[in-house]
Design a protein around this ligand. Structure first.
Ligand code: NAG
Length: 379
């Protein structure tokens, strides 16, 4: 009888521990309203095979990660040609490419698993416990109509980082209602975040840590070039409270027909350029952001942009229903103050707009609160 009672007690305690793992907070911005796996009882994938099947099956799930899932060596290696486009110093990235033209090339070997991401199915929540939820050697992608997905508090890292085309960390291509929150990405081969041509709508990227301090880079100096590639034909992306550290380009590449709202993000230590984008259909509002130690704010940018120069804050009312916050620039070459285009402000109609604090508030809170291992999703 005593034994039975204590066993029941143990089961009750276990059940309480299990059900305490839950998404922290709610998506602000375009992905507002996402519920993903909802109240499904948590699943704890035993290994990489089970993680993959839980991420891709048709069942709504809350998938809890409390250890490292290392896919790196799981699919063997590929041998092929690489171009030494930035030289042959140890810290230089090389490009996986058959024909290098006049550029010196060599044969190299890389892991196969990171080159092919997992296509996550609809209605999934992926949650990391503490700082333990880590996926190495495999990216996550949302495509082909995948919708209603939350990824919170995990790290995705180490995707053939010596090789351009070695692997992207987080990808979108024709997805809807996706919230990526408190995710750390580090050492991808190519993009930290990549958006394909098919429109991805109602996406919020918040509180993420884009750690561009990479072992190999295009400038051979540990500054990662491939950060945000936004080329979707009609994407809707909110970036809020993200921390971009040691980038060198495409931070973001705001292109295609993307509609971007970048609010209260912090960019720190950029060794190349920050904004670029070659398509005139891209559109963005930048407000309340902090730019610190940026080598060059804008490379080529062909789209429309509102950079919230001081005095123009109230113009945002027609787009956001409130005034914008001005951006802050410290030790930065250039600013976004010359961008004052408001002709696209009607395009925000019908979207949920993220709230904004001041750039000063972002400067003091974002760097230490971004990325995995900061919030407590449960024991
Ligand atoms: C970059 O990463 C390397 C390797 O982990 C580390 O030794 C170095 O301190 C980092 N540098 C900066 C500036 O963060």
């Amino acid at each position: 009888m005593k034994l039975a009672t204590s066993l029941i007690g143990a089961f009750v305690a276990l059940a309480q521990v299990v059900t305490s793992e839950a998404v922290v907070g709610k998506a602000d911005g375009f992905a507002y309203g996402v519920i993903s796996g909802g109240n499904a009882s948590p699943d704890y994938p035993a290994d990489i095979e089970e993680l993959k099947s839980m991420l891709t099956d048709a069942t709504p799930r809350v998938i809890v990660l409390k250890k490292t899932y290392d896919f790196t060596q799981s699919e063997g290696t590929i041998v092929g040609n690489v171009c030494l486009s930035w030289g042959d110093a140890h810290s230089c990235q090389q490009i996986i490419q058959d024909d290098c033209g006049e550029t010196p090339s060599m044969t190299a070997k890389w892991w196969k698993a990171p080159t092919q991401p997992i296509d996550v199915a609809s209605h999934k929540t992926i949650l990391g416990v503490g700082n333990k939820g880590v996926i190495r050697g495999k990216g996550l992608r949302f495509r082909g109509g995948a919708s209603n997905i939350i990824v919170q508090n995990i790290q995705v890292s180490d995707l053939n980082n010596k090789y351009v085309w070695g692997g992207d960390a987080i990808g979108f291509d024709g997805a809807d209602l996706i919230w990526i929150d408190h995710v750390t990405t580090h050492n991808p081969g190519r993009q930290h975040y990549v958006f394909g041509f098919n429109p991805s709508t109602r996406v919020t990227l918040s509180n993420n840590y884009i750690n561009g301090n990479s072992t190999y880079s295009t400038s051979c100096d540990n500054y990662h070039y491939w950060n945000f590639e936004m080329v979707g034909t009609d994407d809707q992306i909110t970036m809020k409270n993200n921390y971009m550290y040691r980038t060198a380009g495409r931070a973001p590449a705001l292109s295609g027909g993307t509609l971007l709202h970048a609010v209260n993000n912090v960019w720190s230590d950029n060794g190349g350029h920050l904004l670029e984008g070659g398509d005139s259909k891209a559109r963005g509002i930048f407000e309340g952001n902090v730019f610190t130690d940026i080598n060059s704010m804008v490379a080529d940018y062909a789209g429309r942009l509102f950079g919230t120069p001081a005095g123009s804050e109230s113009k945002c009312k027609s787009a956001l229903g409130r005034s914008c916050q001005t951006n802050s620039y410290k030790q930065s070459s250039g600013s976004l103050d010359s961008y004052t285009d408001t002709s696209f402000f009607g395009d925000f109609s019908g979207l949920h707009i993220a709230s904004a604090g001041s750039a000063a508030q972002a400067a003091s809170s974002v760097p230490q609160n971004a990325g995995a291992g900061i919030i407590n999703v449960g024991a």
